[in-house]
Design a protein around this ligand. Structure first.
Ligand code: NAD
Length: 249
């Protein structure tokens, strides 16, 4: 393992353009549970709450769950970025990482200090009006029992993350594809690779010649196919170890 970490650091030291690709595992050490599997949120709640058609037709039912899961539970935990997020922000500031492509909706990369973050599935820290498209910071929304309404046009608001049945935000999609085509090192962190179409982004980087480094507690759908260096373990522990070995002149 030490050798593999050294090899990853060597590749990243020489890379001109690194892209990070993150999933739920990246935020696990910040205390955010996965949605599926053991301890997953959808074992307790009906995932239909996040189906866009259901939200329009059964708004009150949906809102009860969304409010409880995303705006009481997560907020009460006062989640903060962990050392893994911090290293990705540090690398962007140093000019070695061009962007983070994230499937997470928790805003933690931005809070950690990354500026270019392609939010493939949107972001729960904003709300968007389903009628006029206006966006509002979640902290300005009254989280009452009644589903929130737009202060401009009265339309129904929804969290600005992707519900089942919605498309990927165009800017995030094309920004991610473009970044994956141009990078020379691509780090896959804490994602199982099961969610489409996000899961096709790493293959684009591979086909364009990037070295693929992967950090995960367990093998993913990428590990035996496109990963060049697989580092098994927690991202909040492995990223700082790699960082300590990066050559800085
Ligand atoms: P996933 O739940 O399918 O897979 C998580 C992966 O992270 C697993 O492979 C697991 O082995 C790995 N992992 C767990 N802890 C880790 C750690 N400390 N370090 C490194 N790896 C670790 O997640 P996914 O592939 O991102 O897909 C889930 C979907 O659900 C995404 O679309 C995402 O939008 C959403 N989601 C978001 C959040 C969030 O915003 N924090 C949380 C849960 C789910």
């Amino acid at each position: 393992m030490e050798e593999k970490i050294k090899e990853a650091a060597r590749i990243l030291s020489g890379a001109k353009n690194i892209v990070g690709f993150t999933g739920a595992g990246t935020s696990a050490e910040s205390g955010i549970p996965p949605f599926r599997g053991e301890g997953g949120i959808w074992n307790k709640y009906d995932p239909n709450a996040l189906n866009i058609e259901y939200y329009y037709r059964h708004t009150q039912d949906s809102w009860n769950i969304i409010r409880e899961v995303f705006y009481n539970y997560f907020d009460n935990k006062q989640v903060k970025p962990n050392p893994g997020h911090d290293i990705l922000a540090k690398w962007e500031k140093e000019g070695r990482l061009s962007c983070v492509i994230t499937q997470n909706i928790d805003d933690l990369h931005t809070v950690a200090g990354n500026n270019t973050v392609y939010e493939f599935h949107g972001n729960m820290s904003r709300f968007v009006c389903t009628k006029c498209g206006s966006k509002f910071p979640a902290r300005e929304i009254q989280m009452t029992e009644k589903p929130p309404r737009c202060e401009r046009c009265g339309g129904l608001l929804k969290p600005d993350f992707i519900f089942f049945g919605e498309g990927i935000p165009e800017e995030a999609y094309y920004g991610s594809v473009n970044a994956a085509e141009k990078c020379d090192a691509f780090i896959i962190i804490g994602t199982s690779g099961q969610v489409s179409p996000a899961n096709m982004i790493p293959g684009i980087a591979k086909r364009n010649g990037a070295k693929i480094i992967e950090i995960n507690l367990e093998p993913s759908t990428y590990t035996n196919y496109i990963t060049d260096i697989y580092l098994q373990g927690k991202s909040g522990e492995i990223l700082p170890k790699i960082d300590a070995l990066i050559e800085r002149h």
